[in-house]
Ligand binder design. Structure first.
Ligand SMILES: Nc1ncnc2c1ncn2[C@@H]1O[C@H](COP(=O)(O)OP(=O)(O)OP(=O)(O)O)[C@@H](O)[C@H]1O
Ligand SMILES: [Mg+2]
Length: 229
């Protein structure tokens, strides 16, 4: 069996709304392996995004543990967590935070420049990944000059460019047409196979989820492994 990358143990997450306790995740156990591709499915409001935020350490669990390569994430200081997040995790969310005054190319290069890579190297890799996402003709457009789906693809390029160990994607193809959505999954699978990147993706699209190795449905706050397809 493959090596474990992330272990979620007895996870609980509730929110307090108007003095009411809303139980979202309860006794959730999940294992994610190195080089896994896992699609998280489930009805609206079942806690998919909540789970993703906790795995990405953007939110804290109410109880339970998340181990990343055996290390208990939420025992670490905020600073260590931030460093962990920057080094190991790439986020693709639907409400992406691109810098509007910069071009598609500049936005995509940014993580490499911040990591200290040279301009030429960063530029070459950004051009390559944007081209793979069908944006070869849009490199020098500012974000405001791109369509919603094009912006989404730039956000994906930016998240993928450093090939982080784990990519967390929340409905990354949600506002894209079928063909573009499928191209994005092609790229995810290629990065998984060639660079060993592990993917955890929330999607409502069964055509896409079945292309991943594993499907998990959130039911009554728990993660239930489902047959593919
Ligand atoms: N910050 C918050 N404060 C209070 N309640 C919250 C908060 N975030 C999420 N919730 C509640 O937790 C539940 C799960 O929300 P979540 O966003 O995880 O659902 P989801 O499965 O991602 O749904 P969708 O498919 O619609 O995106 C919802 O009922 C939501 O109202
Ligand atoms: Mg959601």
């Amino acid at each position: 069996m493959s090596q474990t990358l992330v272990t979620v143990k007895n996870l609980e997450k509730f929110f307090i709304n108007n003095q009411h306790r809303v139980e979202v995740l309860k006794n959730l156990d999940l294992e994610l392996y190195h080089r896994d591709t896992l699609a998280v499915v489930g009805a609206s409001g079942t806690g998919k995004s909540t789970l993703l935020h906790i795995l990405g350490t953007l939110d804290r669990p109410s109880a339970g543990q998340v181990l990343f390569e055996g290390q208990n994430l939420f025992e670490q200081s905020a600073m260590d967590l931030a460093r962990f997040r920057n080094e190991k995790i790439g986020f693709v969310f639907q409400f992406h935070h691109l810098l509007p005054e910069f071009t598609a190319l500049e936005n995509t290069m940014m993580p490499l420049l911040i990591a200290g890579d040279g301009n030429r190297e960063a530029r070459g890799r950004a051009e390559e990944i944007l081209s793979q996402l069908g944006l070869k003709e849009r490199l020098h457009h500012r974000i405001g000059e791109l369509s919603g789906g094009e912006q989404q693809r730039v956000a994906i390029a930016r998240a993928l460019i450093r090939a982080p160990q784990l990519i967390l994607a929340d409905e990354p193809t949600g506002n894209l047409d079928r063909k573009t959505g499928s191209q994005i999954i092609d790229l995810f699978i290629r990065l998984n196979q060639e660079k060993g990147v592990t993917f955890l993706m929330v999607t409502h699209n069964q055509e896409l989820s079945r292309r991943f190795k594993r499907n998990v449905e959130i039911i009554d706050g728990k993660a239930v492994e489902m047959p593919i397809g």
